[in-house]
Design a protein around this ligand. Sequence first.
Ligand code: AMP
Length: 288
Amino acid sequence: MQPIIVKSMKVFTTNQSLHPCLASLKTPASSLGFVPTMGALHQGHLSLIKRAIKENETVVVSIFVNPTQFNNAGDLETYPRDLKQDLKKIESIGSLGEIIVYAPSEAAVYGNSVTKEAFDFGGLELQMEGKFRPGHFQGVGTVVQKLLDIVGPNQAYFGEKDFQQLQIIKKLVKMTKANVKIVACSIEREPSGLAMSSRNIRLTTGERSHASKIYEALKMTKDKFSDTPLDEITQWVADQFEKDAIINLEYFEISEQLTLQPANKIEPQKKYRAFISAYIRNIRLIDN
Ligand code: AMP
């Protein structure tokens, strides 16, 4: 394996210090990649950062727990935060390029008004996560728009782990005519199949084995999809979760990939994706 050389990593917490640095690095030909995160970084985040490093001269990673996308105060409070560890993890990637970490305060992003915009994403925001986390995507849209304005990247990287969010960000960029390419990155998983998530660290070892039920159900759905009626698949998934006292299914949905409308009948020219949200205690896990 080739040795990895860390050229440099700079950390900024204010826009006043970030902007001169970005201005000094940007040439008309150079490309700036952006990876927005809420920290508590894991291999899923690192895979986005690595891809951004490959595809851009400079990469900005933001670490900001966005208050306006939490519809549950307890979830916001218990969301893991550890900037020191996050910086170590980013440093461990190494890079021949420039990595800039932007870890702003609430005031740097929102000024003195921590409010969300009432975006209409054409119905994308009303399905699944939108139904169960009212206002969530308004908060996501608000912070992503603000961060894109602050950073001004050529390309921004988002994980398919949050597939509905990814579709909404693409829509946001179209609606606002923002000059940025949205790059979709595949889901990183634990060996058990459990999708990596910042929330996983709150699971006990025993709970982790129950959490892998989510991936098993999605895999079976894929296998059954071509020859089993949708309502039978849905019932089968519900039954699997019913049998498990540790994990509680919040929703299972097979949706058309672009509109995220629930699939009623399958049209061969369209693509479909299955989505699950489930709880272990108060820990909410999503996958697709
Ligand atoms: P978060 O910190 O949860 O807001 O996530 C920041 C970005 O990382 C989002 O674009 C997520 O979709 C992405 N991400 C989170 N978990 C994973 C994963 N397991 N695989 C790939 N991307 C992920």
